[in-house]
Design a protein around this ligand. Sequence first.
Ligand code: SF4
Length: 428
Amino acid sequence: MTTTNSQPVKDYSRHPCFNAKIKGQYGRVHLPVAPKCNIQCNFCNRKYDCVNESRPGVTSTILSPDQALVYMEKVLDKEPRISVAGIAGPGDPFANPEETMTTMRLISGKFPETILCLASNGMGIGPYIEELAELNVSHVTITVNAVDPSIGAKIYSFIKDGKIVYHGVQGATLLLERQLAAIAKLKKFGITVKINTIVIPGINDQHVEAIAAKMKELGADLLNCMAMFPNVGTPFGELPQPGKEQMAGIRNVAEKYLPQMRHCTRCRADAVGLLDDDKTEEFRGCLSACATLPKIEGVTRPYVAVSTNEGVLVNQHLGEAEKLQIWEQQGDSFRLVAERETPEAGGGVRRWTALTRLLGDCRALLTSNIGETPATLLQESGVKVAVMNGFIEEGLEAIYAGREVNAYKGRRKSCAEGGCSGTGSGCS
Ligand code: SF4
């Protein structure tokens, strides 16, 4: 898990969607950084926000991760009651994983007391769950509309996995497999999971009890049954919207299995404010202004990772490092912001691919030695690899000034030459 030496303890009870008692005291901001989607629901019109997280109406704009960070600062400045930052589209966060993860890293680094939250269809979240836990993303919503692929086949017109598009029962089966695995893994990592189920008359309205039972079995925490909004021009555009009575009956049955969320306000992907006191319109100008900001160099990779034995010298081989220190520049000095556990040894390339994800917010790695494979993968992912022996601070000065670290560099010997002080179990 990521730890920060100065990180305030988050108060996880301040999430208004998961704790109705505080919905008049604390609010959320949705950061619209995820425009693409990897599935097509038959109730969704892409001109509008994704119905997974409700509400008709377009998100007014899309932000890049660095713009989202600036927007977050401005929102907190004007509305300090915002306790949650979430990504809920307008597509799916994990059809846009780079934007999503970069935004989460930036917000986690800059606002460590803010609760982090995501809403996804579950199709692509699996490979990112470890890092989400490391970033202290504490609340995730997965939209599950069917636990029977023959019903799912009526709801989704296609499911996209990379470049392959699946239809019908085959697509619904794949989506369900991914969702079930994702929910189990999220729970394994201690993340609070809410399930959203869009209730569609004549399609899955008799199926919600089965969904609730399966989600309870997987350890989900909360179920939010939402009445489908019939969007004009979609395959389900002519279906009636479920009424209040029907929804109340469905929730009462589902409540035998899981606590029910009954205060969802069907927020837009760019919603901001309290659930009882929405400020989305008020912040519209601020959001649009942030969307026009030029790309801010360095903002998306503010940190430098360091492999060190004691926290003073760069003196550890990457392959031997069980943890990496994460440093940032603050004015004229440097601050240790976190220690991150490295992926377990022995996984070959998979270990180093996981490391590139772990260092996605780092511009450089300072290490006393490194193997060819991790060095190549890190450089390709945008992390400068600086091999040196000497004081951490001197290495940091060079990196942040844009200088080479050669002046501090010891003669690098490859593991094969026997220059490595490690056991040899690391960098292969
Ligand atoms: S759509 Fe519902 S669950 Fe999602 S942030 Fe809004 S109130 Fe919370």
